[in-house]
Write a protein that binds this ligand. Structure first.
Ligand code: GAL
Length: 374
C-alpha cells in the first residue's frame, strides 16, 4: 500500500485542526506562549544516540542556532535506550523547558512523558522521526522520508536498466530499525519501485528475505540501525545463499550505518571493487561512507543536510515562543495514530562519487581534507 496515498482520516476534536490545516500550502497554528517574554527560555533537545554520526551533527547545530537566538539549551543523548530518553525528557520538564525537540528512539513509548509536558504547557517538536500514539506532538520536521526510499529504488532501477527489461539480477534488501517510524517510509518508497521488478523476475532475492509488501518491512529490519548487525546479517546471507558461485548484484541499504556493515561483509567474502562489487545504496552522507563512495565501495547516499533541518526546527521553536505562525508545508502525510501532525518536509538529495564535491564540499558539509580529496 503506498503510504503516500494512505487516506488520512482525522476524527473527533482533531477534525477541525485537520480540515483547517489541509490547505497543503505553508500553514500555521498560533502558539499559546504568545504573551510571555521567552528570552533565555530553556529548550530541551533529546537525541537518540552518539553512535550514529548524524545525530551528533544534528545536536550541535541545533544548539548553535538556538543559542544564537538567545535561548538556553539542554542537549542529551540517550544511548539508544528508550527508558533513558524518557527520564532525560522528564528532567527537561522538571527544569522548566519551554519547548522539547525530540528525535525519538522508539516513537511509540513517549505518550506518558509527553502528557506531563502538555500538562506543563510545553510544546513538542518531533525531530526527524515521528512520535506516535499521542496528541501531545505539536509539530514534526523531517526530510521527505518516502522520497528517500523512492530515490534509492529509482537509483537501482536506473543503474540496472530495469525499465528496459534488463535482468535477472540478485538483490539483497535491508530495512531500518523496526522501532523507527522513518524506516517504514524509507522501505515503502524503495519497495514501491522495486517489488514490481521482483514480481516480473527481473530482480531475484536468493536469500528469500523479500517482504511480500510494504507492511512486511520489519521482517528485514536491523535493530537500532547497528552496523555490526547489518554486517553479520549480510555475512549469513552470503554464506548461506551464495556459496555456489553466484554473486550479489545489488543491495538495498536504507542508510549509511547499515551500508558500512554490508560493505565490510562483502570485503570479507572476497568481493572487489571493479570486478564483482555490487550496487549499494545508503542515506545520511556519513563520512566513512562518502569515503567508501569515492573508493567505489558505495554507489550513492541520500544526503539530508542536517543543518537545514536544524535551521527549520530552530525557526519553529522561535515562532512558537514569540507567538508567530509556525511554518509547515505538509498537513496530510504524517498521521501519528491520534492526529495528523503539522509537518515541515525538506527535500533529500542523491549524492554519488561524481557529485561529492558539488554537494558535500560545495555546501561546506565536508572539507576536501576530511574526505582525503586532493
Ligand atoms: C533515521 C534517520 C536516518 C537514518 C537512521 C539512523 O530515523 O531519518 O537519517 O540515519 O535514522 O540514524
Amino acid at each position: 500500500m503506498k503510504l503516500r496515498k494512505l487516506a488520512i482520516v482525522a476524527v473527533g476534536a482533531s477534525m477541525t485542526l485537520a480540515l483547517a490545516a489541509c490547505s497543503g500550502s505553508p500553514s500555521s497554528s498560533p502558539s499559546t506562549s504568545a504573551n510571555t517574554d521567552n528570552t533565555g527560555a530553556l529548550i530541551g533537545i533529546s537525541m537518540p544516540t552518539t553512535t550514529l554520526e548524524r545525530w551528533n551533527n544534528d545536536g550541535a547545530h541545533l544548539v548553535d542556532q538556538l543559542k544564537g537566538m538567545g535561548y538556553n539549551t539542554d542537549l542529551e543523548f540517550a544511548d539508544n535506550k528508550p527508558d533513558e530518553q524518557i527520564s532525560q525528557i522528564q528532567n527537561m520538564i522538571n527544569n522548566n523547558a519551554k519547548v522539547l525537540v525530540i528525535a525519538a528512539i522508539d516513537g511509540t513509548v513517549l505518550g506518558p512523558v509527553l502528557q506531563t509536558a502538555a500538562d506543563a504547557g510545553i510544546k513538542v517538536i518531533a525531530y526527524d522521526r515521528l512520535i506516535n500514539g499521542t496528541p501531545n506532538v505539536d509539530y514534526y520536521a523531517t526530510f521527505d522520508n518516502y522520497k528517500v526510499g523512492t530515490l534509492q529504488g529509482q537509483f537501482i532501477e536506473t543503474q540496472l536498466g530495469l525499465k528496459d527489461g534488463k535482468g535477472p539480477f540478485n538483490l539483497e534488501p535491508f530495512a531500518g530499525s523496526p522501532d523507527d517510524n522513518n524506516a517504514k517510509f524509507f522501505f515503502a518508497g524503495a519497495w514501491d519501485v522495486l517489488l514490481p521488478y521482483i514480481q516480473k523476475g527481473q530482480l531475484v532475492v536468493p536469500s528469500g528475505k523479500s517482504p511480500a509488501n510494504d507492511d512486511a518491512w520489519q521482517s528485514i529490519g536491523i535493530q537500532t540501525w547497528a552496523t555490526a548487525t547489518a554486517q553479520s546479517e549480510m555475512q549469513n546471507r552470503l554464506n548461506s545463499f551464495y556459496s555456489g558461485g553466484q554473486k550479489v548484484d545489488v543491495v538495498l541499504s536504507p542508510n549509511d550505518s547499515l551500508a558500512l556493515g554490508i560493505e565490510q561483509a562483502l570485503q570479507g567474502a572476497g568481493y572487489t571493487v571493479g570486478t564483482d562489487w555490487p550496487i549499494i545504496t545508503g542515506q545520511d552522507g556519513d563520512l566513512a561512507n562518502v569515503k567508501n563512495m569515492l573508493a567505489g565501495m558505495q554507489s550513492m547516499t541520500v544526503w539530508k543536510d542536517t543543518r537545514q533541518l536544524g535551521d527549520e526546527v530552530s525557526k519553529m521553536v522561535d515562532q512558537i515562543l514569540t507567538g508567530k505562525t509556525v511554518d509547515t508545508n505538509d498537513t496530510t502525510t504524517y498521521n501519528n495514530g491520534v492526529k495528523t501532525v503539522p509537518s515541515y518536509l525538506l527535500t533529500p538529495q542523491v549524492v554519488t562519487k561524481d557529485t561529492v564535491e558539488q554537494y558535500l564540499v560545495g555546501s561546506g558539509f565536508y572539507t576536501k581534507t576530511q574526505l582525503g580529496m586532493s
